[in-house]
Design a binder for this molecule. Structure first.
Ligand SMILES: C[S@@+](CC[C@H](N)C(=O)[O-])C[C@H]1O[C@@H](n2cnc3c(N)ncnc32)[C@H](O)[C@@H]1O
Length: 195
């Protein structure tokens, strides 16, 4: 029988394989880890973009503070178009390199993309729990720039997920992601926030 680790494409010695079997997640309501002890991998959000709106930063900081009792969260901003490229392909390429340069072999990488896998909140909670069962030392969520992710990040990502079928501004995507990570932890802990 396929174990969750196999389904996620995770070998016992590393975290670099692709996640291939989304159907292995619980469907609908319920999370297999609810109320169980889960290893809290430190989380890092890598967001390509220019300066943030103050309101967005307030919300992000609020969720990071709320998450403190569950796991450590680092919010890393990566400058959009670092070399001021004049065409879209060059911009995506430069942003791709800037992101891949801060990802290490010990990261379990979740790429945010409007064409990604459609997960429920319970399934995202399971993803967090499963990532904690791997050899990874960090869970990195990548939010792309104005034209999305480049090939290097796409290839490196262990999984690509969507937050909605609609395209979101990267700042809004980060706020939604933060709330969903918070929600996931309350699901993992069996707490009341999620109904
Ligand atoms: C303005 S969007 C880029 C849209 C671009 N058309 C593309 O192909 O990715 C900037 C980033 O926000 C994130 N994002 C936007 N909408 C999203 C959604 N519905 N689900 C997940 N991530 C999303 C993605 O990481 C995306 O790279």
């Amino acid at each position: 029988m396929m174990t969750m680790a196999t389904a996620m494409g995770i070998s016992a010695c590393g975290v670099s394989l692709q996640w291939t079997n989304p159907n292995s997640y619980s469907s609908g309501k319920g999370c297999k880890y609810a109320g169980q002890s889960v290893r809290a991998l430190p989380i890092r959000t890598l967001t390509v973009g220019k300066k943030r709106l103050p309101g967005v930063q307030l919300l992000v900081d609020e969720y990071i503070a709320k998450l403190k009792s569950y796991c450590h969260v680092d919010d890393v901003q990566i400058r959009s178009n670092p070399k001021n490229a004049r065409n879209v392909m060059a911009q995506v390429h430069d942003e791709d390199i800037a992101v891949i340069n801060v990802i290490t072999s010990n990261d379990w990488v979740v790429m945010l993309d409007e064409r990604g896998l459609d997960l429920s909140s319970e399934q995202l909670a399971e993803l967090l729990g499963d990532a904690g069962n791997t050899a990874a030392s960090r869970l990195s969520f990548c939010i792309g720039g104005p034209y999305g992710h480049g090939q290097r990040v796409r290839k490196r990502a262990n999984v690509s997920i969507k937050l909605s079928s609609m395209v979101l501004n990267h700042q809004i995507a980060l706020v939604v992601l933060m709330e969903q990570i918070y929600r996931s932890w309350t699901i993992l802990k069996g707490q009341k926030y999620h109904h």
